[in-house]
Design a protein around this ligand. Structure first.
Ligand SMILES: [Fe+2]
Length: 460
């Protein structure tokens, strides 16, 4: 089924057109020129019904933009308009609009005109640039039956034409007064929408240097004058076939890349959101740890940045930090929220949270390192921590980073029995912990971070 894009700022018009066309076609609606352009670039559209008068971007501007974008320049366009201004009709026809439908229209009229538009076989458009009128006429006669030939007699005219039109091919005379063919080509290649357009030189020269020069300038081929009609037609049709094949391939690649990028973005967002939700669930278990996981994650990432880690490593450490306390989910609430001192047995249960967390996270096979933080963030640098009593560099670096960030956030958050600790006290504790609780190097990075935090903003 063919797809029609209707671009109109009037919702009633969109509804009506959809109603009339939807039995025979896929109909997509866009309420503005910008919206219409992005649909055109994302989807395969066979025909555009384009309202001329729209606020912001007018229909004529949309049409011009369509014709300038090589990837969509070929799309069929019918203009919808309430006014019957001749100037509009002339300009739109020049820009390759197939038809005009005056609003309001009858349903049968719209259906008929759309059907007719689909029956029109679109001819490839060839721009011929030659200062010799006889040659122009000859080429037009030769190619006019199969192609839509536009002829101009100077480089300047060609450039003016190409400002808002994208033909499928350019035939360019090499020797012209004022601007010669090579100069014209140089200008053409600098125009964004014409970088890939096939250009064939027409030349009476028979010299090898000219041939080399022509190809070096980026022409796809050259045709010697006087023309041998059959050779001209064959060369042009083969090059055009190849060009369109290449274009549709490129279009397909672009579309797939956009799709892939979009789905990738969604998956990344989804993962982040799930991890944030999990972190929220962890922190919700304890009335006093709201935001703890996200803060530990942020401090860890900042420490990693200062330690010269890559963006990827910084992002990884953020997620690992976010979930470092996930094992608390397995500890009963009454223990986590107990106001008084824990019994030995209760404390033993709290000490299980790293292992519980590691077990939960080990199932995430797409991020193999994600359990590291949960597993070893309570290890101490001198080996006196838990669960495995690892020491020094035997503790994974990520866990050593999270350990510092975790301790910092604990001291700079409120507890039921105390307020946020003063900055100098926290500093002292970090210094005291160097080499015993903390990796001394990472502790120094934390101290540097605190040094810069002159107004003590970095707390809960
Ligand atoms: Fe913990």
């Amino acid at each position: 089924m063919k797809t029609i894009l209707v671009i109109d700022d009037d919702v009633m018009n969109l509804k009506m057109a959809t109603h009339i066309l939807e039995n025979d076609y896929n109909v997509i609606c866009a309420q503005s020129g910008d919206e219409g352009m992005s649909v055109l670039r994302e989807k395969m559209i066979d025909l555009v019904l384009l309202d001329l008068y729209m606020p912001e971007v007018s229909g004529m501007e949309v049409l011009r933009e369509i014709r300038q974008d090589a990837s969509i320049a070929d799309v069929k366009v019918i203009i919808l308009t309430a006014s019957g201004m001749r100037a509009d009709a002339v300009e739109a026809t020049r820009l390759g609009a197939l038809d005009f439908i005056k609003k309001p229209f009858f349903p049968t009229e719209l259906l008929e005109r759309v059907k007719k538009a689909f029956q029109i076989e679109k001819k490839d458009r060839i721009l011929v640039v030659d200062d010799d009128m006889m040659n122009l006429m000859l080429v037009k006669k030769l190619l006019g039956i199969r192609y839509d030939v536009v002829s101009v007699s100077s480089g300047a005219e060609a450039i003016a034409f190409l400002q808002d039109q994208t033909p499928d091919m350019i035939l360019l005379d090499l020797h012209m007064p004022e601007m010669n063919g090579l100069e014209v080509l140089e200008k053409i290649r600098s125009m964004e929408n014409l970088v890939d357009i096939p250009v064939i030189f027409l030349t009476a020269d028979n010299e090898r240097e000219t041939e080399a020069e022509i190809f070096k300038a980026g022409a796809i081929d050259f045709i010697q004058k006087p023309f041998i009609p059959e050779v001209v037609i064959q060369r042009i049709s083969r090059i055009l076939e190849l060009y369109h094949y290449q274009q549709s391939l490129q279009l397909e690649v672009d579309r797939k890349t956009t799709e892939l990028r979009e789905s990738n973005r969604k998956i990344t967002n989804l993962s982040t959101q799930i991890m944030m939700a999990l972190a929220g669930a962890i922190d919700a278990k304890d009335a006093y740890t709201k935001g703890h996981s996200t803060r530990v994650a942020s401090y860890s990432r900042e420490l990693a940045r200062r330690m010269g880690k890559s963006t990827q490593e910084m992002n990884d450490i953020y997620y690992i930090g976010l979930l470092h306390d996930i094992g608390k989910i397995g500890i009963p609430d009454y223990i986590i929220n107990k106001p008084g001192k824990l019994t030995d047995e209760e404390y033993q249960m709290v000490k299980d949270h790293p292992k519980i967390g590691a077990e939960i996270l080990e199932n995430i096979s797409e991020m193999p390192g994600i359990s590291i933080g949960a597993n070893w963030h309570h290890e101490m640098y001198d080996g006196s921590g838990y669960p495995d009593g690892l020491a020094g560099d035997n503790i994974p670096e990520i866990a050593r980073i999270i350990c510092v960030a975790d301790a910092y956030d604990t001291m700079t958050s409120k507890r039921s029995y105390r307020d946020i600790l003063p900055q100098d006290v926290v500093k002292e504790e970090i210094v005291k912990g160097k080499g015993t609780q903390f990796d001394p190097v990472i502790a120094d990075y934390m101290l540097a971070m605190m040094e810069e935090d002159t107004n003590y903003q970095m707390h809960e």
